[in-house]
Design a protein. Structure first.
Length: 439
């Protein structure tokens, strides 16, 4: 069986496995195959897929890239707002398409470009849709009557409650004929689609070795930091270059990795920072005021950093911001002091990333010589951390630091942005502000 049809088999097998695990799950079928031919180029599908990378990492999602150029996403505990925001970026990309010009999309409702399913409410309809879609894809890709998957799904159609009429019922995909001469072969999704790994020393060693064989240039991504003021349109002020952990882990392991040891996870993030710096990325600001790149305290003191500095050429160093993690600084403060002296002398600006808003009140940026601070949205519900006593203190601290120096990172929903604006923040990063795009 070809690789193209194998992914269709995997999709069907995975959909069937969800019969008893529908709680909190939604599915979205993005029909790129319905767009004009020039939009079915692989680079457009990669763009749309990249939009959902943060959501895939945070919601234990699975994505299937079909040979028709369509994408099928199955997500767990992902809100409609989160998904719709990313779909909005995809629609903007194809806004010149006749299909999109004729649509008036409604959140959570299917149309000619996307099909939605709430698996808790309609698992049977979802499974029927996926099985019919697979028959359609397999038949169109391999020729009528030649696909094992089409034959196997035809068997499922006959066995399903309601018989063959179920696939041909109103509101579902049309029926696709499949050859009855083929041998029926049971299909199940491989473990890699749903496997969850815990990051430990052994797995980290495997990842380090595998990372040496990966083309990191192709994994480099960028995301803009947007200024949102009043009712005005968001404006880009910074663009960050980085290699997403979730993308690398998906490529190397094909599964989800949990943070079994946060120190090991931080070490792996530092290794990605080394590879990003080694790739000598183009640091042009691209209609933004500045560009940023993550570094570690040790890395900024290394000869590799001087190679990077040489690759910057005539670009003003003040337009490049180096992001140091707060945990890294506190664990290696001596290295940070040396790194700070080096990069400041060269003219670079410093950002401290990964700061929980709850500790901002007691943090004095003057002790670190930092130009910017990047807060991260806490995972807990607002009621668990943003107390009536703490909120005014955070607001005052942001005023003291300067609103043009504070960024709220990890904004995956409009609610995150609204919360930041309530605290006096004007700079935002995350999928709700701007999507992750390829380098």
């Amino acid at each position: 069986m070809t690789k193209d049809l194998k992914i269709v088999d995997e999709m069907v097998g995975y959909a069937r496995q969800l019969r008893l695990r529908t709680k909190g799950r939604r599915a979205v079928h993005i029909k790129l195959s319905c767009l004009e031919k020039h939009y079915r180029d692989e680079r457009y599908r990669r763009f749309v897929a990249s939009l959902f990378i943060p959501l895939i990492a945070s919601s234990n999602a699975t994505m299937f890239a079909l040979p028709t150029h369509d994408l099928v996403l199955i997500l767990e505990y992902a809100g409609l707002d989160q998904i719709e925001t990313l779909l909005g970026h995809a629609r903007d990309k194809f806004k010149e398409s006749q299909l999109l010009r004729d649509l008036d999309p409604v959140q959570g409702e299917s149309d000619a470009f996307v099909t939605w399913f709430d698996l808790e409410q309609d698992y049977a309809g979802f499974r029927t849709y996926i099985e019919a879609l697979a028959i359609n894809v397999a038949g169109g890709f391999s020729g009528a009557g030649t696909s094992v998957i089409a034959n196997e799904l035809n068997k499922a159609e006959v066995a399903a409650p309601g018989g063959k009429e179920q696939l041909g019922s109103e509101g579902s995909q049309p029926k696709y004929a499949a050859s009855k001469k083929m041998r029926l072969v049971p299909v199940s999704a491989p473990e890699k689609n749903v496997a969850t790994h815990t990051l430990g020393p052994e797995l980290l060693q495997i990842l380090e070795k595998a990372l040496l064989t990966v083309d990191v240039v192709g994994l480099m991504r960028k995301q803009r930091v947007m200024a949102i003021l009043g009712d005005g349109s968001p404006r880009p002020v910074m663009v960050q270059r980085f290699i997403p952990k979730a993308l690398v882990l998906e490529k190397l392991l094909g599964g989800h990795v949990t943070e079994g040891n946060y120190r090991l996870f931080g070490y792996f993030a530092d290794q990605l920072a080394v590879r990003a710096l080694f790739s000598l990325p183009n640091m042009a600001s691209e209609k933004s005021i500045a560009s940023s790149l993550r570094v570690s305290c040790v890395l900024a003191c290394d000869g590799l950093f001087m190679q990077f500095d040489g690759s910057v050429g005539a670009l003003a160093r003040s337009a490049i911001i180096l992001e140091f993690g707060l945990t890294d600084i506190l664990s290696n403060y001596g290295d940070f002091e040396r790194a700070r002296a080096i990069v400041k002398k060269l003219g670079y600006r410093i950002l401290i990333r990964g700061v929980d808003p709850r500790i901002l009140v007691g943090l004095d940026l003057r002790n670190f010589g930092a130009d910017f601070i990047k807060l991260r949205v806490p995972k807990e519900a607002d009621s668990d951390w943003l107390t009536t006593d703490l909120e005014p203190k955070i607001c005052q601290k942001i005023i003291d630091i300067g609103i043009v120096r504070v960024i709220l990172d990890g904004c995956e929903t409009q609610a995150d942005i609204d919360k930041g604006r309530r605290l006096g923040i004007t700079l935002f990063q995350g999928s709700a502000a701007a999507p992750i795009t390829s380098q």
